[in-house]
Design a protein around this ligand. Sequence first.
Ligand SMILES: [Zn+2]
Length: 315
Amino acid sequence: MKGRILSILFLAVLLLATGCAGNINRHSRIVEDLRRPVVYASIYPMYDFAKNIGGNRIDLRMVVSAGADPHDWEPTAKLMVELDKADVFIYNGVGMEPWADNLIASLTGSGPLVVEASKGIDLLKHGSADESHHNHSHTSFGYDPHVWLDPERAVKQAENIMHALIEVDCDNEVYYRANFQGFLEKLQELDTLYSKTLSRLDKREIVVTHAAFGYLADRYGLEQISVTGLNPREEPSAAQLVALTDLLRKRDIGYIFFETLTSPKLAAVLADEVGAKTKVLNPIGGLTKQQMDEGLDYLSAMRQNLDTLKEVLGQ
Ligand SMILES: [Zn+2]
């Protein structure tokens, strides 16, 4: 009898140690029915981070479909209903998903655990001095949402995602933590590679179509000059274009970057105007279906970007 009490006590201690005991809330239903948690991630980088941590123990879906511009998208009524039945909804936040506020407001009491991945992260204000010729009024927050492009901040986003997965599915806590640790090490390797590579190059300016690279520039001491501001749909005015071409000529800019998901037309016209060439720099906010099929992911896209930066800034 005494032995049995002791083993029960031991079990209780063990449960407490793993953080599972006492965690009986509305999100802990996974434990009872032994199915994989259904996790919706708003945009590609959130999907990628969740995949790295959740592996094959979560049923992961991406909200904004491959190839769609994440800035310009609306959920269907059908998707809203499906989302309400999910276990976790992960979004980047900081105004990246303008549709998320309505979606979250429409969720019922039995809806998913909502995770804002950028929560608690040191955010950058947009519209710094060198970008003052642009209008960024479309976001209500006044902060740059493209947080994932700094590997160090990406670690914190991944960590927020890990905590959410543990909250809904604490049986797999050890698995999620181990996966997070592995991903963390890859992000740290990437960060070191960026620092080493970029610190050796003389040029610092990157001219991009939309201001997605503020966090990357912040982390590695680059200067971002953007054509359209934070939202790729914002067209610069004629006066802004004239000021920009003057600036690019004065700085003797050799390359203008464009993206895979937005039209290269404006970048091409500008490049032609100032005698520069164009190249692709990927903001990774969304990948095309083809890129995903070919196995491109956050880490490999970041390495591709670094190769491109090395080529352009090393000249
Ligand atoms: Zn963007």
